[in-house]
Ligand binder design. Structure first.
Ligand code: ADP
Ligand code: MG
Length: 477
């Protein structure tokens, strides 16, 4: 068998969370009545002029700096021509050979190895409208609310070799745009979407193979699965001596296969030329310095802070920064009860575990940071045991009630009453004479058996530390 290697390069489109569109003052909201967020510029009426939204440039510079890009002093907008009903002007205003950000990189980690992935360019452009195809109608509808919503297109170098590397790159980029607060990152709604380019070549070849582009992937898993499928497909074809043709494909998530959509159009088909209605975009040092001064904390900085300030271990800190929302949740919880390790443990084990089990996103977590903090406080102050806390957590999750009410209503308060605990110990030892004898004969492992019995007898309500201590004393007598 020949030694074949895959080459992967990604193009990511992120929708910017600005108030208004890139070239007009229409709002960028979603969920509004179709075509209600339009204006002459969005509609592409003759005689109107686009005006660049400054916030879009601010966001682009932010991302450019965070991805180690150079920021171009003079970038040029370009017309990219194609005909499609959701593009009323007949061209998209984009950038071509002079994009605003270029020559950057991001570090990814896969299999404990760090790898630098080059970023070729980040360009500013406008989104298109949406065609709505109705199932039983002989016509389609067009909603132009999305037309003119600002996008950044982030184009990577063909530096990735494995589907997992593509997944890692996307996760890092996604995490970054959320920290920068420039994109809401909702992949299902298409606010962060990816076109994946992939080719296969002999491992020692001098030139890359012919690439296939898989369009509009809207989840990390789809990207990884689509790439894995496409790589296998191309390898098979190459081994059979078939020539790969450059084409654009779609991922069929139901059948888990890539399907041909059209042959790839080439740059020349778009008849790019500089946009005559917009001046070159000039970004001076002051502008960049100003953005630098107002940069929010980046994931790597949050990581350092969590480790330094709260003395968290690196593994927990890594988990907490995976999503800015989680890191914020953690710090918000600390304002209600200051136990960084305890709260971090509850988030990364119980909360993550439950979200995972229910296939939910952290954003939809029904338990508030305050409730988690109070739950940990109830454990720390000895009011409930860690075990009971799990029961309380389950009720919190299902009912949304706060932990104190649950403990009160269900009478779950931990028992730290010495007389009561002693009674339980005595009765457990009395009911287990054989085990007691074996223990006294030297089988000290039976200690935990007695603890278990006593916990059971009290419905898990006795304070485990106190129980341990008192049981030890009793057995020593
Ligand atoms: P286009 O707009 O024609 O798709 P771009 O330059 O915008 O071209 O994007 C090309 C993308 O494809 C980049 O991410 C690049 O890294 C990637 N790419 C280029 N050549 C190959 C190849 N032979 N195999 C895999 N990926 C490639
Ligand atoms: Mg492209």
């Amino acid at each position: 068998m020949s030694d074949l290697t895959a080459i992967i390069g990604l193009e990511v489109h992120i929708q910017l969370a600005t108030q208004s569109k890139i070239f007009s003052s229409s709002a960028t909201e979603t969920g509004q009545a179709p075509n209600s967020l339009t204006d002459p510029v969005t509609l592409g009426l003759p005689g109107v002029l686009p005006v660049l939204n400054k916030a879009v440039v601010d966001y682009a510079i932010k991302l450019g700096l965070a991805t180690n890009c150079k920021i171009r002093e003079k970038s040029i907008f370009a017309r990219k021509h194609y005909t499609y009903p959701d593009l009323p002007k007949g061209y998209q205003i984009s950038q071509h050979d002079k994009p605003t950000c270029y020559e950057g990189w991001l570090n990814i980690r896969v299999n404990k190895q760090s790898k630098k992935i080059g970023i070729t360019r980040i360009q500013l452009e406008e989104d298109t409208g949406k065609n709505i195809h109705l199932a039983n109608e002989p016509f389609s509808l067009i909603d132009l609310n999305r037309a003119g919503v600002p996008l950044l297109e982030i184009v990577s170098e063909p530096d990735m070799r494995l589907p997992e590397e593509a997944g890692a790159y996307l996760r890092i980029l996604h995490q970054l745009v959320k920290y920068l607060n420039i994109c809401n990152g909702n992949m299902e709604e298409g606010n962060f979407r990816c076109d994946a380019n992939v080719s296969v070549m002999q491992a020692n070849a001098q030139e890359f193979g012919t690439r296939v582009e898989i369009k509009n992937l809207n989840s990390f898993k789809h990207v990884e699965k689509a790439l894995a499928f496409e790589i296998e497909q191309q390898k098979k074809l190459i081994e059979q001596g078939v020539t790969i043709i450059q084409e654009t494909k779609l991922w069929d998530e139901v059948n888990e296969v890539t399907k041909s959509m059209r042959s790839k159009e080439y740059s020349a088909d778009y008849r790019f030329f500089p946009e005559p209605d917009l001046l070159p975009l000039i970004i001076d040092e002051n502008w960049i310095a100003n953005i630098k001064d107002n940069m929010p904390e980046l994931p790597s900085q949050t990581f350092e802070r969590l480790v330094d300030t709260y003395k968290l271990d690196e593994y927990s800190a890594e988990l907490l920064i995976s999503d800015k929302y989680v890191a914020d949740y953690f710090e918000k919880a600390l304002t209600s009860h200051y136990n960084p390790n305890g709260i971090s443990n509850w988030i990364t084990t119980e909360l993550f575990g439950r979200l995972n089990k229910e296939s939910m996103e952290f954003l939809d977590c029904p338990v508030s940071p305050k409730s988690i903090a109070i739950l940990v406080k109830l454990i720390d102050t000895g009011i409930i045991s860690g075990k009971i806390a799990k029961t309380v957590f389950d009720i919190m999750w299902r009912t949304g009630k706060d932990p104190q009410s649950i403990v009160k209503e269900q009478n779950l308060i931990q028992i730290s009453d010495n007389i009561f605990i002693q009674e339980i110990i005595d009765s457990v030892l009395k009911q287990n004479p054989t085990q007691l004898q074996t223990y006294k004969a030297g089988k000290v492992q039976l200690f935990s058996y007695f603890v278990g019995q006593a916990m059971k007898a009290s419905n898990d309500k006795v304070n485990p530390e106190l129980l341990n201590e008192m049981l030890k004393k009793t057995l020593e007598q």
